[in-house]
Design a protein around this ligand. Structure first.
Ligand SMILES: [Zn+2]
Length: 258
């Protein structure tokens, strides 16, 4: 229980970053990607907006990766058919490159917690078909030591932002990371699977809320999906009826053509 309380407090502390952002509002707003002065807060400069690698429909119904031409509603990519993910459907606002990558890194490691609102709006736009009434948004948790170091969980900030736009409920402490894992960056797909195996559990507080619900897992980036797959397994074991995934960015798909 101590872990749950401490996680929630950390989320709250992360949200207090918005108060700091309000103070920063006394200064001219700046583009979170290139630092150019912009007209309004919580936006991008026109050049960065144009350069943002947005994912536009049509996309693969299972993986959320874009198609070059419309194959009809519910169409699946060759990758989704050959190697279907554990979760039901994934949706993302952008590909993980260029300005989108800068925005993700700015949220995670920089002082730009204020961009979570904009990122959440863009996620909600592409996640409309998974953000159904009665669903529950659940962020991928950080281990408590990493949360202590970083002071906030970027996935929780994004889940809160999506909740504000969509009206779908959020449960920031439904999942816990039970052991500290290595950073996934630089690991192969197989190593990533092993790294996160058994690393998550549904919290006592989350157990009642998850049973019988459609859950939407939230994270900043979907890369190989091993972290999200590990979370999906424990959510299903706790009785979630469906588990979809909503991220800001998705790794640029190498093969998505049929
Ligand atoms: Zn810019």
């Amino acid at each position: 229980m101590g872990l749950v309380v401490s996680s929630c407090l950390r989320v709250a502390r992360g949200l207090r970053g918005f108060a700091q952002a309000a103070f920063d509002g006394l200064l001219p707003p700046r583009c979170p990607v290139c630092d150019a002065v912009i007209a309004a807060d919580h936006s991008l400069c026109p050049a960065c907006w144009t350069a943002m690698p947005f994912i536009e429909a049509p996309w693969c119904d299972r993986l959320g990766t874009p198609f070059s031409h419309d194959l009809g509603e519910g169409a699946l990519s060759a990758r989704a058919i050959a190697d279907p993910p554990v979760y039901d459907r994934a949706r993302a606002a952008t590909l993980y490159k260029g300005a989108a990558r800068d925005l993700v890194l700015g949220l995670k490691f920089g002082a730009r917690r204020d961009v979570a609102g904009l990122m959440g709006q863009l996620m909600a736009r592409n996640g409309q078909d998974v953000l159904l009434p009665g669903s529950l948004l659940v962020p991928v948790p950080l281990h408590r030591l990493r949360l202590w170091q970083r002071r906030f969980n970027q996935a929780a900030l994004l889940a809160q932002a999506v909740a504000r736009v969509s009206g779908v409920a959020v449960e920031p402490c439904a999942l816990e990371r039970t052991r500290r894992t290595r950073q996934q960056v630089g690991l192969t797909a197989k190593q990533r699977q092993v790294n996160v195996r058994g690393a998550f559990r549904v919290s006592p507080a989350g157990r009642d809320k998850i049973h019988g619900r459609n859950v939407i897992l939230v994270d900043d980036v979907l890369t190989t999906g091993s972290t999200l797959a590990a979370c999906t397994r424990v959510l299903r074991a706790a009785g979630a009826t469906q588990v979809d995934v909503l991220t800001f960015a998705i790794a640029d798909p190498v093969t998505n053509d049929l």
